[in-house]
Design a protein around this ligand. Structure first.
Ligand code: DAK
Length: 259
């Protein structure tokens, strides 16, 4: 895979792939090409059987300062419809394997939305999250009003979206937007450790469990419980479930194959 604005390593460590946004001079502003590259890389990694967890990062300095304002500035509403950047975001949502956002520095606007579209967020102590679109005369367009509200509640989401104020890493942790804060210089190392705890589980069960958790946002409790139960039953069709339970009984570590 060769890309202009991202770097991809399908095996940063065993079963763990890395996508790194790489437009440093523009603070990783998300232009269309970059987002198409993220979409294409995710498609490939999701189909690669050796990959079990995907990390998405912007590196140590900045995650992403939002969609590329210079590219959007003179667009008409119809341009926005025709460009249909949502297809890229839809691919992130469709990815079956877990995606961990590894965030340092600014995660603003589309950058914050990109992190929130991932399944978990590991933040460095320098991370700053925000939806500052209101300050440039627009509003979030890739899930900011929805995912932020579900993550942190109405009062804080309303404040952040209407004022553009940034959240520090500590505040983000306190309100449940991120899983963990780590020192900036250890961000990738700590994200890898976090990812390894998922990569060693049954990939079949991980996919079904991820799907079930995400379904909680789209269903009533009763529908969600039925969906969960069916996925639970489905794990019993896997060799991994037999291996996991046999390993428990035999007091040994399981060797999951994703079958
Ligand atoms: N777009 C383009 N260039 C950007 C940028 C951005 N979002 N953010 C920074 N840059 C560029 C700056 O223009 C500057 O370039 P030069 O002037 O050197 O050529 C360079 O990066 C360094 O930035 P600064 O000089 O401003 O650096 P500072 O440290 O002083 O400030 C900052 C950092 C992050 C506070 C500041 O750059 C800033 O406020 N940036 C804009 C943040 C923002 O408003 N983000 C939201 C953008 S709107 C959609 C999907 C997504 C979206 C919408 C629709 N669909 C699916 C339809 C998302 C919309 C957005 O994200």
């Amino acid at each position: 895979m060769s890309f202009e604005f991202i770097k991809v390593n399908p095996q940063l460590e065993k079963h763990i792939a890395l996508i790194e946004l790489h437009r440093p001079k523009e603070l990783n502003a998300l232009n269309r090409q970059l987002m198409l590259e993220v979409r294409d890389a995710l498609r490939v990694l999701d189909e690669d059987e050796s990959v079990r967890v995907i990390i998405l990062t912007g590196g140590e300095k900045v995650f992403a300062a939002g969609a590329d304002i210079k590219q959007m500035a003179n667009a008409t509403a119809i341009d926005m419809v025709n460009i249909d950047q949502f297809s890229t975001w839809d691919q992130i949502k469709k990815t079956k394997k877990p995606i961990i956002a590894s965030v340092s520095g600014f995660a603003l606007g589309g950058g914050c939305e990109l992190a929130m579209t991932c399944d978990m967020i590991i933040a460095s102590d320098t991370a700053k999250f925000g939806q500052p679109e209101i300050k440039i005369g627009t509003m979030p367009g890739a899930g900011g009003t929805q995912r932020l509200t579900r993550a942190v509640g109405k009062a804080l989401a309303m404040e952040l979206v209407l004022t553009g104020r940034f959240l520090s890493a500590e505040e983000a942790l306190n309100v449940g937007l991120v899983n963990k804060i780590v020192p900036a210089e250890l961000l990738i190392f700590e994200t890898l450790r976090f990812a390894a705890d998922i990569a060693k589980q049954s990939p079949v069960a991980v996919k079904l469990a991820k799907e079930s958790v995400l379904n909680a946002f789209n269903s009533s409790l009763d529908e969600g419980l039925i969906f969960e139960r069916k996925n639970f039953y489905l794990t019993f069709a896997s060799e991994d479930q037999k291996e996991g339970m046999a390993a428990f009984v035999e007091k040994r570590a399981p060797d999951f194959k994703g079958k």
